[in-house]
Design a protein around this ligand. Structure first.
Ligand code: NAP
Length: 294
């Protein structure tokens, strides 16, 4: 039997529609959620991401600013800019697009940001707030998007065994922390796997919900999935494909053609987790505006 496909584009659109209504309501009370994205240098992929973020904010009626700084911007100048943005009452969310040029200490810059404007959720205070279950903190956008996909597909993680493949600070660990919470939409029993995990298959096959964020193309195969599991594939990998116009195609970290025959619900790549990340960035910015204006 073939799994039902979780449509990330449709769910992302639903989230954005709800946010548009919330932004309209805030605007009627004189609050315009403001997101400032800082881009240092000319990395082509970063330029695309920054454009997408600005466009998404504009479409929701938010105020968006993109500050483009030259690649030779000094660390001191960038820190001074962060200080100014921290103090600017019209700026509710700050996003420093990574990677930064090598001469700048990214951690120093991220840590300088006010945790109350850290809409990417990577500041240690945001990490701490997530771990202790403080909902005023911002959750990293991709993991928060994974939770939205699961809940809006009608799956209640409560009491289920959720297995995460990957322990990165960006995806694996926050996914684990989100679903471990004693809160609605969570309460799963969580296991986190990584490259040193012994007998990975024995563990992934226990997952009622399997979230894969390994960063390796199609590394999780059908035989590693529990029949009837919910499979969320966070991976995005380019693999060579001479039959396509671009010479490559995108695949996830899960071998979709096999997994779709075993799972009950599964996200495709592209069109699964991907569209959720920007939607959740917008959600975090609206949350920041709400909290800073309270
Ligand atoms: P990462 O920093 O490279 O981390 C990968 C994690 O997977 C590591 O913890 C690694 O273990 C583990 N791992 C790798 N191969 C494994 C294997 N064979 N068995 C078990 N564990 C394995 O990657 P990431 O930043 O978390 O990203 C993961 C994927 O998600 C990437 O494909 C990335 O492109 C994608 N992603 C997508 C979005 C989106 O918006 N859709 C956003 C962010 C990331 P060790 O710790 O032991 O090395």
């Amino acid at each position: 039997m073939s799994a039902t496909i979780i449509d990330g584009n449709a769910i992302g659109k639903q989230v954005r529609a709800e946010l548009r209504a919330e932004v309209a309501d805030m605007r009627s009370r004189g609050i315009v959620p403001g997101l400032t994205v800082v881009l240092v240098g000319e990395d082509p992929a970063s330029q695309v991401y920054v454009r997408m973020k600005g466009k998404a904010a504009d479409e929701l009626g938010m105020k968006s600013d993109t500050l483009r700084l030259p690649a030779d911007t000094t660390e001191a100048d960038l820190l001074a800019l962060v200080d100014r943005l921290n103090a600017d009452r019209a700026v509710h969310g700050i996003l420093i697009q990574l990677p930064l040029p090598k001469h700048i200490n990214s951690q120093k810059v991220l840590f300088r940001m006010s945790p109350d404007k850290d809409v990417d959720g990577f500041h240690p205070v945001s990490v701490g707030r997530l771990v202790i279950g403080d909902r005023t903190g911002f959750r990293p956008c991709t993991p928060a998007g994974v939770q939205e996909l699961i809940l809006r597909s009608g799956v209640d993680p409560r009491g289920q065994h959720l297995v995460v493949v990957g322990r990165s600070l960006i995806v694996g660990r926050p996914v684990a922390n989100i679903f471990l919470q004693d809160a609605p939409g969570a309460n799963a029993t969580v296991t986190v796997c990584h490259t040193k995990t012994r007998d990975l298959t024995a563990i992934t096959r226990q997952g009622d919900i399997l979230v894969v964020a390994a960063g390796r193309p199609e590394v999780v195969t059908g035989d590693q999935i529990k029949p009837g599991a919910v499979v969320i594939d966070v991976g995005v990998n380019r693999v060579e494909d001479k039959t396509t116009e671009k010479g490559y195609r995108l695949v996830g970290d899960v071998k979709f053609s096999e997994a779709v025959e075993v799972a009950s619900l599964i996200t495709p790549v592209p069109g699964g987790v991907g569209p959720m990340t920007i939607a959740l960035l917008m959600k975090n910015t609206v949350q920041a505006a709400r909290q800073l204006s309270a």
